[in-house]
Design a binder for this molecule. Structure first.
Ligand SMILES: *[C@@H]1O[C@H](CO)[C@@H](O)[C@H](O)[C@H]1NC(C)=O
Ligand SMILES: *[C@@H]1O[C@H](CO)[C@@H](O)[C@H](O)[C@H]1NC(C)=O
Ligand SMILES: *[C@@H]1O[C@H](CO)[C@@H](O)[C@H](O)[C@H]1NC(C)=O
Ligand SMILES: *[C@@H]1O[C@H](CO)[C@@H](O)[C@H](O)[C@H]1NC(C)=O
Ligand SMILES: *[C@@H]1O[C@H](CO)[C@@H](O)[C@H](O)[C@H]1NC(C)=O
Length: 391
């Protein structure tokens, strides 16, 4: 008993891991892009009412998105300084490596982050020189067996069909959009989202696609979300009809289900990004101190589930993989042993709306992530050797 009590007080000595005596050795950040302009013209046909004009091209990073990502860069820079993580001055390519997907918003997000984290330095943002999606960031079906297809479709249908959460979103959107007077009603006969049918397409080498009310609801709610984050006046978001957190929670269910249905169901270790991370961590001694990868919500989903992390709840957010969120892999050392710690870092709902700067005193939200297969202590540390051996 006495030993136990002493251990509780002196966790440091008993466990050998002291949170305040560890040095940060390497960091890998997997980030989602920041706020983008919603899909403009596509939306017109879903409502009888005019949508507010957009001040930027669909899918590009917004001006505010770039600014908020700059705040993220500044926050990380501050954290790195307190941890004495990087040498003074501008980092070279062996120290900091940045890689983004080919989409304009992912490249611009990487640029905004890195230009703020390393002011007046010229750190390159690497990416493939093509307009197509980089295969590294694709999240598609790999397993070509019938058994797999049956399993996945069963799971998708269970989540998609007659789901009361989706039905609640659909009836709310019927009203918000006044869908009965819309083009999609006149042309495609979809006049009530709760009554139309969804079609699921499952094809090896592609991502799961769902057309019908689910797709419409997802596009529309994503547009509302981006406008909210982008600081638009409330009357210009959903024609002023979403005014409470409860209503936001209700309608954003479709974005959470979009991740679960179309992506989590097909997450596995075979995904190129998961394979890339495994390879990177196996050769981590030769890797740069800081690596930043910028992709999409689907990529964070792919890695969180493909590497088999325990599922987490994100307080103060309605999205499952929020805008600008980051999985932060950290390698710490006590000079004898190394440890892995992984945190999910994201802006809260009100931090985004507010557009406020982050600091060590008012940081972004942070939730510790732990792998299902690595012994993780109460501070989130798992032995580095165990992590790499079991990868
Ligand atoms: C902290 O680290 C220093 C230097 O690495 C070491 O001398 C000291 O014993 C450590 N303290 C604890 C409590 O582990
Ligand atoms: C990217 O590709 C375009 C078109 O193929 C080419 O003109 C341009 O020089 C390339 N840029 C780089 C940096 O390779
Ligand atoms: C493909 O899926 C089936 C059914 O779920 C599974 O038994 C099999 O191991 C999977 N194959 C690979 C290569 O993951
Ligand atoms: C939806 O599917 C059901 C069952 O397959 C069918 O009876 C119904 O007519 C379909 N509704 C529409 C609007 O296509
Ligand atoms: C919103 O911004 C104000 C002014 O910058 C700040 O005082 C406040 O703490 C912010 N609130 C949140 C939730 O970030």
């Amino acid at each position: 008993m006495v030993t136990k009590a002493v251990c509780l007080i002196l966790i440091v000595l008993c466990e050998g891991i002291s949170a305040n005596n560890l040095t940060l050795k390497q960091v890998l950040i997997l980030s989602r892009h920041n706020i983008k302009y919603p899909l403009g013209n596509v939306l017109q046909k879903y409502s009888s009412k005019p949508w507010p004009p957009q001040d930027g091209s669909p899918t590009l990073l917004t001006t505010r998105g770039a600014q908020l990502e700059g705040y993220m860069g500044e926050y990380f820079s501050e954290w790195f300084k307190t941890e004495r993580f990087l040498p003074e001055g501008c980092p070279d390519e062996d120290t900091v490596y940045v890689y983004a997907n080919t989409a304009s918003r992912t490249k611009a997000t990487a640029r905004a982050f890195i230009d703020s984290a390393f002011k007046s330095c010229d750190v390159p943002v690497h990416h493939k020189n093509t307009t197509e999606f980089d295969p590294l960031f694709l999240f598609v079906i790999h397993n070509s067996t019938e058994a797999y297809k049956d399993k996945v479709l069963k799971e998708i249908n269970k989540k998609l069909r007659n789901n009361p959460k989706l039905m609640a979103v659909y009836s709310e959107l019927n009203k918000i959009l006044e869908i009965e007077g819309s083009q999609v009603c006149k042309q495609d006969g979809i006049c009530d989202l709760t009554k139309a049918n969804d079609t699921v397409s499952f094809e090896v080498g592609k991502s799961v696609d769902v057309t019908g009310p689910f797709r419409i609801a997802h596009l529309v709610v994503r547009a509302f979300l981006m406008s909210y984050y982008d600081g638009k006046p409330i009357q210009d978001i959903a024609w002023g009809q979403i005014t409470t957190p409860e209503k936001w929670n209700l309608i954003t269910a479709v974005t959470r289900l979009n991740q679960e249905i179309r992506y989590t169901t097909i997450a596995d270790r075979e995904a190129p990004l998961v394979q890339y991370l495994i390879k990177t961590f196996k050769e981590y001694d030769e890797m740069p101190k800081l690596m930043l990868l910028v992709g999409h919500d689907t990529n964070l989903n792919c890695v969180a589930n493909g590497l088999d992390f325990k599922s987490i709840d994100l307080p103060n957010q309605f999205e499952k993989y929020p805008i600008a969120s980051k999985i932060v892999f950290q390698r710490w050392t006590d000079s004898k042993n190394d440890y892995l710690k992984v945190e999910y870092l994201y802006p809260s709902w009100s931090q985004l709306r507010n557009g406020s700067k982050y600091s060590l005193e008012s940081p972004p939200q942070k939730v510790v992530m732990s792998l299902n297969w690595c012994n993780t202590d109460e501070h989130g540390f798992c032995p580095w050797n165990e992590f790499v051996d079991k990868l």
